[in-house]
Design a protein around this ligand. Structure first.
Ligand SMILES: *Cc1c(COP(=O)(O)O)cnc(C)c1O
Length: 400
């Protein structure tokens, strides 16, 4: 099997002009991934800039209420409020070692753009982020955040003016400027070697959990639950446990609005659950598409889970039965958002609320076992406006 493939998924479906850039990136990664100087610098940024390691927090109140031991991996405490910085630090450092002067990225909700802007400012790159015009309007605070850190934000006017158009523009930029530019992809998606590189940088999450849970419980958990958009926090926490087959792994996708009628609509951000084979962002994976192969726009209450595809390795792990894809809808996620805030004094991101919701839903079934670790991928401060406006809608009994 080719190294760029995960079962039948993955690969490099990009214009020929980009192949040298992908090869250069892969070679650089192979060279530096075990280089002591690179690893020392990576460890420095992870500790001093990102604030690692993050606690594995025993959620005492939630555990009592739901009758199973629940630990939260506190990625919400990483600088910037989510796990995304783990990856942008790693890739920016790699770009520096490769002698690149410029970072580009695309962003949907603006979270990955913001994490890229942070490392861009800190490590001294010229940083430019592509964002659909619609998203620029919807996420103006993140646009301002990026600008504050010196990043140029391009508002993309083509197509549906959302994430997939921003992806196209970023790829176009990369083709033109590949000599001095690193394209910083934000999840375990895109052409090889990105899914591997992002997984490895995010595996710091699972590696810490492995150490911490042995310290606290003397054994591995029965199950690990993580929300999945592209799948980087899920792959990051799952990967170190893949060989430990007694540990069940649950990626939770966004089921969107549970009240809509057709299956596809009801599972509107759930590429693992409802997607079909297709090509997205240069990789073969499971993609939400219509019967003509046109990419469907995803929709979820949580902007960060709004991606029409999912990482190829996750698609493969689902195929071979090593992970068990599941989903919860907007309403259930919102309920979990309130529940964790009230019981533990921790306001979770709406993305992470999907993982919490699944635990709340399944705790009593026995499916998760007695010891559960949940990836709390981000904090909820960014979502307060969304939740606040949903609360008003709720009173009018419309679909969330
Ligand atoms: C972006 C984001 C996600 C989804 O991205 P993955 O690559 O699936 O991890 C999940 N949680 C938070 C807080 C995010 O910002």
């Amino acid at each position: 099997m080719k190294r760029s493939m995960y079962g039948r998924y993955g690969g490099q479906f990009v214009p020929e002009v980009l192949m040298p850039a992908l090869n250069e990136l892969e070679e650089a990664y192979e060279r530096y991934r075990d280089d002591p100087r690179f690893l020392e610098e990576l460890a420095y940024y992870m500790k001093e800039f990102a604030g690692r390691e993050t606690p594995l927090y025993f959620a005492r109140n939630l555990s009592k209420k739901y009758g199973t031991k629940i630990y939260l991996k506190r990625e919400d405490l990483v600088h910037g409020g989510a796990h995304k910085l783990n990856n942008t630090i790693g890739q920016a450092l790699l770009a520096k070692y490769m002698g690149k002067k410029r970072l580009i990225a695309e962003t949907g909700a603006g979270q990955h753009g913001t994490a890229t802007a942070m490392v861009g400012a800190n490590m001294g790159f010229d940083t430019e982020v592509y964002m659909g015009a619609k998203d620029v309007q919807r996420q103006h605070m993140n646009v301002y955040r990026m600008q504050l850190m010196g990043t140029v934000v391009h508002s993309v006017q083509s197509g549906s003016k959302t994430l997939k158009d921003a992806i196209n523009e970023a790829l176009r930029d990369w083709v033109t400027n590949v000599e001095n530019t690193h394209y910083l992809i934000g999840s375990v998606v895109g052409p090889h070697p990105y899914p591997m590189i992002v997984r490895d940088f995010q595996s710091v999450i699972g590696n810490e959990v492995k150490r911490q849970i042995i310290e606290k419980e003397g054994r591995y958990p029965d199950s690990i639950v993580a929300c999945a958009g592209g799948g980087s926090n899920a792959m990051g926490i799952f990967h170190p446990f893949i060989e430990n087959r007694e540990v069940k792994l649950f990626p939770v996708e966004a089921g969107g609005c549970g009240l809509k009628s057709t299956k596809k609509e009801a599972l509107h951000s759930a590429s693992l659950c409802a997607g079909e084979d297709g090509i997205l962002q240069g990789a073969h994976t499971r993609v939400l598409q219509d019967r003509y192969g046109q990419i469907l726009e995803s929709s979820s209450v949580s902007a960060g889970l709004d991606y029409s595809g999912v990482g190829p390795e996750l698609a493969h792990l689902a195929d071979i039965g090593r992970i068990k894809p599941c989903n919860v809808n907007d309403e259930e996620a919102l309920e979990a958002f309130y529940e964790l805030s009230r019981t533990e004094g921790i306001i979770p991101a709406l993305e992470s609320s999907h993982a919490i919701a699944y635990v709340m839903k399944m705790a009593q079934s026995g499916e998760l076992g007695d010891l559960v670790v949940v990836s709390l991928s981000g904090r909820g401060d960014k979502d307060l406006e969304t939740v606040f406006s949903l609360k008003k809608k709720e009173n009018r009994r419309v679909c969330l």
